[in-house]
Design a protein around this ligand. Structure first.
Ligand code: ADP
Ligand code: MG
Length: 340
């Protein structure tokens, strides 16, 4: 039997029944984006929407991409020890959110974990897909762990500056996509396009209603199951004033010898997570928070993650891989509420 998750509040905008549905798509941040919206008379043309969406995405990339030489984050990462740097908007907002998430999760989520991300082959270079790539040894991991202290950035909220303590590499990949989704959705709303669905690399945010009066329904993404194993219960989510992000151990992984390495890394131990959590989906009003929480909870694992999500009233769905190959799910109380 399938399950539906619905919002607790309605955002108030009446549907525009029978109006035309527009769709645009493109590529960004090494993945794809898609925007769907309901066109109203007198609102922006498709061409203007494309330009605006691209401008929002480009801003995020120019500031927060570790893949783009000369981006703000790239320049900070290469800066000399002891130098202080102004952080522009929106990177300052994202940084502040990421630092909060790091504090609250005890460093399970860590925007200063770039050195580790690179070591394990998930940064720009060397990439785990490169010929001859091998996972790092103990000493390399120990060295990287010594350069992960997000508190050493000494973020000053008043002057919006941070310090490069020396060798700290910022990495916003676990939160920037979600923020990009929020920016695009807000930009559309400023155009008067209040009925829209925005997606960047699987992270989604929906506002308003479709032209048939229905909310933007999306299916939660499940980890693949082995042959003979019962699949997860199909779950549809009404993205009405809501966002969803899913982290999974089955995407962007590689195997070396008999071991699989996932792209979510536990900065506390310096190794990719391997506690059998297959996926975590988080539903939140803002996609930035859905994205950040889903990564944080993935690192924490089922037990610690559930406790923290409960404490903060986060709507999360954990999928655990049992030793016999079965998948089992746990919903936080806030997620149970959405399930009615
Ligand atoms: P997922 O969709 O699986 O949550 P994301 O794209 O949100 O994955 O984030 C994964 C990326 O975040 C990694 O490729 C890496 O750059 C970065 N990252 C990995 N581990 C952490 C961590 N513990 N805290 C913050 N960022 C991380
Ligand atoms: Mg994330």
């Amino acid at each position: 039997m399938s399950r539906v998750l619905v919002p607790l509040q309605l955002d108030g905008a009446a549907p525009v029944l029978g109006a035309r549905l527009h769709c645009l798509e493109g590529v960004t941040m090494g993945t794809t984006w898609q925007v769907r919206w309901v066109a109203l008379p007198g609102t922006a043309s498709g061409e203007r929407v494309r330009e605006a969406v691209q401008a929002e995405l480009d801003t995020v990339v120019e500031q927060m991409s570790t893949w783009l030489r000369g981006s703000d984050v790239d320049r900070f990462n290469g800066a000399a020890a002891g130098t202080r740097h102004a952080v522009r908007e929106p990177m300052a907002d994202v940084l502040q959110a990421a630092l909060w998430m790091a504090d609250v999760s005890g460093g399970a989520f860590n925007p200063a974990a770039g050195a580790l991300v690179n070591l394990w082959g998930f940064g720009p270079a060397p990439r785990y897909t490169d010929a001859g790539f091998a996972p790092p040894d103990h000493d390399a991991v120990r060295f990287a762990i010594a350069h992960l202290d997000w508190r050493a950035l000494k973020w000053d909220a008043a002057s919006r500056t941070i310090e490069q303590p020396g060798g700290v590499l910022l990495d916003f990949s676990a939160i920037a996509k979600g923020h990009a989704v929020d920016r695009v959705a807000l930009r559309l709303a400023r155009f008067g396009l209040v009925h829209a669905l925005v997606e960047v690399g699987g992270e989604l945010r929906g506002q308003g209603l479709r032209p048939d009066g229905q909310p933007w329904w999306v299916d939660l993404e499940w980890p693949p199951t082995a042959p003979g194993v019962a699949p997860m219960r199909p779950t549809r989510l009404a993205l009405h004033g809501l966002s969803v992000a899913t982290s999974g151990d089955y995407r962007r992984t590689y195997t070396h010898g008999d071991t699989a390495f996932a792209h979510t890394i536990d900065p506390r131990h310096g190794r990719p997570v391997s506690h059998g959590l297959a996926s975590v989906s988080v539903v939140h009003a803002e996609c930035l928070w859905a994205d950040a929480w889903s990564t944080a909870l993935t690192v924490l694992g089922c037990e610690q993650g559930l406790a923290l999500a409960r404490e903060h009233g986060v709507a999360a769905l954990f999928v655990q891989r049992e030793p016999d190959g079965r998948l089992s799910e746990t919903l936080t109380p806030a997620m149970e509420k959405l399930a009615g």
